[in-house]
Design a protein around this ligand. Sequence first.
Ligand SMILES: Nc1nc(=O)c2c([nH]1)NC[C@@H]1CN(c3ccc(C(=O)N[C@@H](CCC(=O)O)C(=O)O)cc3)CN21
Ligand SMILES: O=c1ccn([C@H]2C[C@H](O)[C@@H](COP(=O)(O)O)O2)c(=O)[nH]1
Length: 261
Amino acid sequence: MSQADIQYLALVEDILENGYYDNNRTGIATKKLFGKLLSYDLQKEFPILTTKFVAFKTAVKELLWIYKHQSNDVKLLQEMGVHVWDEWAKEDGTIGKAYGYQIAKHKQIDKLIDGLKNDPQGRRHIISLWDMNDLEEMALQPCAFQTMWDVADGYVNCTLVQRSGDMGLGIPFNTTQYAVLIHMIAQVTGLKPGKFQHYINNAHIYENHFEGLRTQLTREAYPAPSFWINPEITDFYDFTPDDVKLIDYKHQPKIAMEVAI
Ligand SMILES: Nc1nc(=O)c2c([nH]1)NC[C@@H]1CN(c3ccc(C(=O)N[C@@H](CCC(=O)O)C(=O)O)cc3)CN21
Ligand SMILES: O=c1ccn([C@H]2C[C@H](O)[C@@H](COP(=O)(O)O)O2)c(=O)[nH]1
């Protein structure tokens, strides 16, 4: 049974049983718990749920939209066949000064890669999407808004800080996306992927997802798939969605859930 399923299902069960129930901005009430940490060792296995289908390729495309293309243009994402941001496009077709915009604005990927290569013992390797000056011009303020990186003994470790985590839809994507990002950054810096800590400040389940997640709790989990990354890629900007693959991704069926806007 994969580590991703074990930790995810335990947190889902905890929220359903002990979560604080209240309304929020979207009008769809949630149960929530504060301050949760999920931990993975990327040397042991690749974290992706097997108790439902997670759209790996879609998740990778969204990741590259943010960190490689450094774009806020929803049309570009749609051209890649991804529609998860459609509801948040502003009149100009972008999500405003959010996500990829902040990566480009501060050259954050270049600085991270340069820092990890040239000052591996630095303690300032941070990517932050939380720009106080621009928050009001973002279609949605970033949820997974910060990563902190650390190098030890040839391994690169990373903590993802997420202020708000939608357990049904966002979290399965985010877990897998940031595991892929760590593998990519490790490869282009000549390091090995190490530990991945995923901190979620407000871990919530929308009430229209309760039933789907209760079904998922009854399902059998499979061993985690293997992860392949094209060893030829040495420049982060050369990665395409075909340069990462899951091998033997055995999973239970998709669970349809509506996104709260
Ligand atoms: N309420 C909410 N939850 C989120 O997770 C979320 C937002 N809003 N707003 C911005 C983005 C958009 N995200 C989304 C939106 C939709 C799916 C979704 O529908 N996922 C389907 C598969 C989609 C596909 O294959 O294209 C799923 O079953 O996981 C996932 C993440 C994550 N973020
Ligand atoms: O990568 C993402 C993006 C968004 N989410 C979820 C978390 C919340 O359910 C909503 C955002 O609403 P806020 O009121 O701004 O917190 O989107 C996610 O889990 N992962």
